[in-house]
Design a protein around this ligand. Structure first.
Ligand code: AMP
Length: 278
C-alpha cells in the first residue's frame, strides 16, 4: 500500500505503472466494514485501487456536523494495510483539491436534487458533485465505487458523469448492515450507547413499512411512519419518502419493484439515513 498526500506525487507514480484499470473508492474516512467491502470489490475488479480519504467541507451545510465528523486517518490506514492488493491511498488537504477557494461549483441536477437529501441539506449535492469531479479529474480512475447507502448521491454522481462526459464507469454497491440491521455508517460511532441500542429501529421500521405495501398506498404508509415515530420521540423523523428508484420522485401508486423507500432521522444530534428496495 502507498499513501499520497498530494495528487502530483500520486500521478507521477501512476504514470510509471500504467495500470489498465484503476478503481476509485471515494470516502470521507472513519472507515468501517461497509467501506472495506467496497475496497475489496474494487480490488477484485481492478489492477490498481485508489482510496481517497477526504472530509469534503463543501458538502456540509451544518458547520457543527463538519466539526464533529469523525477523523481517524491513522486507524483508517491500518485497516487498509491489512488488505491484500495494490492499494494507493490519497489523503489530501483541502488545498490540494480546491487550490485557493474552498467553494462548490454551481450545478443543476434538476428534480434529482430537489428532494430528500437535496431538500434537507441545502447545497449538499453541489458540494458532492464538485469534489467527485475534482477526484475524477485528479486521479483519472477507469471505474468508481459508490454505496447504495447514499442512493441519491449515487444518482447524482451518475448524472454528473453523463453531464460532464467523464470517462469513468460508476459501480453501485449494495448496503452493508450490522447484524442488528443498522446500516453501517461513520456517523454510528457518534451515537451514545442508548441511541446506538435504539438505532436498529430505523431498518426495522422500513421493513414494517414494506410489509404494509400490499394493502396500503404510499400516502397511508407515510402517515403510519409519522405516527410511529411520534410514539418514539427520541427519533426526530426528517423525512420518509417512497420514490421511483430512477427519478427519485415521490410515488403515489406502487407499481412493481421500481420503487425505493428512503428515511432520514436524527437520534440526539446524529443524523442517520437508510433506504430499501420497495
Ligand atoms: P462516506 O465515507 O460516508 O462518504 O462513504 C464513502 C462511500 O462508502 C460512499 O459511496 C458510501 O455510499 C459508501 N458506504 C458508506 N456506508 C456504506 C454501507 N453501509 N454500505 C455500502 N456502502 C456504504
Amino acid at each position: 500500500m502507498k499513501v499520497f498526500y498530494q495528487k502530483s506525487e500520486l500521478n507521477a507514480s501512476k504514470n510509471k505503472i500504467l495500470a489498465k484499470s484503476a478503481g476509485l473508492v471515494p470516502t470521507m474516512g472513519a472507515l468501517h466494514e461497509g467501506h472495506i467491502i467496497l475496497v475489496k470489490r474494487a480490488l477484485e475488479e481492478n489492477e490498481l485501487v485508489l482510496v481517497s480519504i477526504f472530509v469534503n467541507p463543501t458538502q456540509f451545510n451544518d458547520p457543527d456536523d463538519l466539526k464533529n465528523y469523525p477523523k481517524t486517518l491513522k486507524s483508517d490506514l491500518q485497516k487498509l494495510e491489512k488488505l491484500e492488493g495494490n492499494i494507493w491511498v490519497y489523503a489530501p488537504n483541502a488545498s490540494d483539491l480546491y487550490l485557493e477557494s474552498i467553494t462548490a461549483k454551481p450545478f443543476d441536477f434538476g428534480a434529482l436534487e430537489s428532494t430528500m437529501e437535496g431538500a434537507n441539506r441545502k447545497g449538499h449535492f453541489e458540494g458532492v458533485a464538485t469534489i467527485v469531479q475534482k477526484l475524477f479529474e485528479a486521479l483519472e480512475p477507469t471505474s468508481a465505487y459508490f454505496g447504495e447507502k447514499d442512493f441519491q448521491q449515487l444518482k447524482i454522481v451518475s448524472a454528473l458523469v453523463e453531464k460532464e462526459k467523464i470517462p469513468v464507469k460508476i459501480i453501485p454497491c449494495p448496503i452493508i448492515r450490522h447484524s442488528d440491521g443498522l446500516a453501517m455508517s461513520s456517523r454510528n460511532r457518534l451515537l451514545n450507547p442508548k441511541h446506538r441500542a435504539m438505532a436498529p429501529l430505523i431498518y426495522e421500521t422500513l421493513q414494517k413499512a414494506l410489509a404494509l405495501k400490499e394493502k396500503h398506498s404510499p400516502a397511508q404508509i407515510e402517515s403510519w411512519i409519522i405516527d410511529f415515530f411520534e410514539l418514539h420521540p427520541e427519533f426526530e423523523l426528517e423525512y420518509f419518502t417512497i420514490a421511483d428508484a430512477e427519478s427519485l420522485q415521490k410515488t403515489s401508486v406502487l407499481n412493481g419493484t421500481k420503487n425505493r423507500a428512503f428515511i432520514a432521522v436524527k437520534l440526539g444530534n446524529v443524523r442517520l439515513i437508510d433506504n430499501i428496495k420497495f
